[in-house]
Design a protein around this ligand. Sequence first.
Ligand SMILES: [Zn+2]
Ligand SMILES: [Zn+2]
Length: 256
Amino acid sequence: MDYNYHTHTDRCGHALGEDEQYVKAAIEAGFKVLGFSDHVPFKEVHHPSERMDYAQMEGYLESINALKAKYADKIEIKVGFELEYFPEYKDYYQSLLKRCDYLICGQHNKTLDAYSYDLYADDEDVIIYANQVKAAMESGLVSFIAHPDYFMLGRNRWSDACAQAARIIAEAAEKNHIPLEINLNGLRYGKKLYGDLEVYPYPFPSFWQEVAKYNVKCIYSFDAHRPTTLLEKERIALVLDQLNGIHLHIEEQFRI
Ligand SMILES: [Zn+2]
Ligand SMILES: [Zn+2]
């Protein structure tokens, strides 16, 4: 694996480190491409522990673009955003895409006002979640889906609705040729009990068992919220251990 397209900056309020430290760590880790995809700001919201303010966007783009030039002979740097897909913001996302290299969808929230799937996701919610992610893929705006099994953070068991959600997502990924991300940062929550199964919340094995039935490309991301995360390649082994026996098409080299 020589890429990471899911990297945050301290502007989101829950990540640490200077932008340049992420670049240096990525070079040390041997990556050929480092993509920054910090949480997208929205003009009308102020969520200092969740995402940068809209006023910080210019500084973010300027900083990463300057690093792009500074390190051009060492690593390819891309700048983008991780967004929650709300159709009413489609024009806004489109305008962002004109100013950056790529967008990814990480559907953390059901609505813009802070209700988050990581706190609670019942059967009805997971279907809503899956359809939001599907709409993101159909929009043609996003390059991949970050932690498509994110909803498992807000649950304590797998269910038929979860399996249905996985199929909605995998089918849309296959149809729209959108890769699904195996997130290497679900480990930070530690193992949780799901019924009698004790696993990291994501990548959640039952989810990826459904994905394996489709012709879907999978990619890894560190979802780095601190520079040193990019150096922790042992995360891949931990995640592969959790997905043991599930046959996925994982891209060792992926480019947006
Ligand atoms: Zn984050
Ligand atoms: Zn992220």
